[in-house]
Design a protein around this ligand. Structure first.
Ligand SMILES: [Zn+2]
Length: 60
C-alpha cells in the first residue's frame, strides 16, 4: 500500500482520507499562491459562511 499524501484540514487539522476527499465527500481543496490547502467538511461550512458574511450586500 502506497503512502498517499495525507489530507489535513488547513484550519482545524483534522485528517481525512485522500480517497474521501477525492470523492468529494465534503472536503474542499483550495489553491492559494501555488499551495494546496484542504478544508474538512465542518470547516467548509464555516468557511463558506465566513466568505458570504464578508461580501458586501450589493454584491448580490
Ligand atoms: Zn477543519
Amino acid at each position: 500500500m502506497t503512502d498517499e499524501e495525507a489530507v489535513t484540514c488547513g484550519l482545524c487539522g483534522q485528517r481525512g482520507e485522500p480517497a474521501a476527499a477525492a470523492a468529494g465527500l465534503g472536503w474542499l481543496r483550495e489553491s492559494d499562491a501555488g499551495r494546496t490547502r484542504w478544508l474538512c467538511p465542518r470547516c467548509v461550512r464555516d468557511h463558506v459562511r465566513d466568505i458570504e458574511g464578508k461580501l458586501p450586500s450589493e454584491y448580490w
